[in-house]
Ligand binder design. Sequence first.
Ligand SMILES: [Zn+2]
Length: 318
Amino acid sequence: MKIVKMLCPQNKWNIKCPYEMNAEYITVHNTANNASARAEISYMIGNNNEVSYHVAVDDIEIVQGIEFNRNTWNAGDGSKGNGNRKSISIEICHSTGDIEKFKNAEKLTAKYIAYLLKERNWGIDKIKKHQDWSGKYCPHKTLDLGWDRFINMVKAELNGTTPQPEPQPTPQPQPQKIDVKYQVYVNGWLSDVINYNDTANGYAGVYGKTITGLRANTVGDENIAGKLIYKVHTLNGEWLDEVVDREKDKNGDNYAGILGKTIDGVMIKATKGTVKYRVHIINGSWLPWVEGYDANNSINGYAGNLGHAIDGIQIEIV
Ligand SMILES: [Zn+2]
């Protein structure tokens, strides 16, 4: 941003800017005059009045008269006021002149203030009006036209000059949830259950009744939903032969188990996604979820506590 500097000579600092400053605010004024920015600054640093400000902006340029590390006598809030001691003071020129000229000066000021805010990592709340410090009706023309309107001009500049955010990576389509449909045999085949999160059909089984058969399938075409492969262990018996997904298996109504023989272990795997399953022990509780498929891994290889009949099963693909 181009800033014209017409700096106050150091031998006048005792009049114009006697204190060091760490700016915390930006104060906006109107000149109540029709002079250009250069003329305003030239006049300000040329006289010996204890009246000063850092910058004047007209419709063409930004002119700085005092560095921001010195205070200015702009705000009418006394020698210790934050307006005078901690604010960057900016005069918008031509506030009694041609309205279009003034509006252009406001526009350039908004652009400049946005630049200053960004440079300092400051928020919009750092912008004050002269009126905030001393009650004086300044910046008079800006207030007439609407203070919020001016603040919005600064916001628009902030948005317009903010670097565009990094392009977001194109979101990968989430794989479709694969549903698992399953049922168990108690004194007959119970109704199908889909997953377990439907509270009405939270699991397959009836507490207190031994399960002796299981059949299950993924819902949908094998290309998308894959298929389930599973087997069961019979109480005091062994792991029975592997069974393939009820729907995808050409034999149709297959199942795992020997109907009438108590099941005490279940092992399930899926060709797509990860299958998660657990069983409920008769007169006991739900055992931990497992995801493996390994008869030799009693922790995560199968669900069940061999020797203990199962009366509930839950299956889901995650
Ligand atoms: Zn003022």
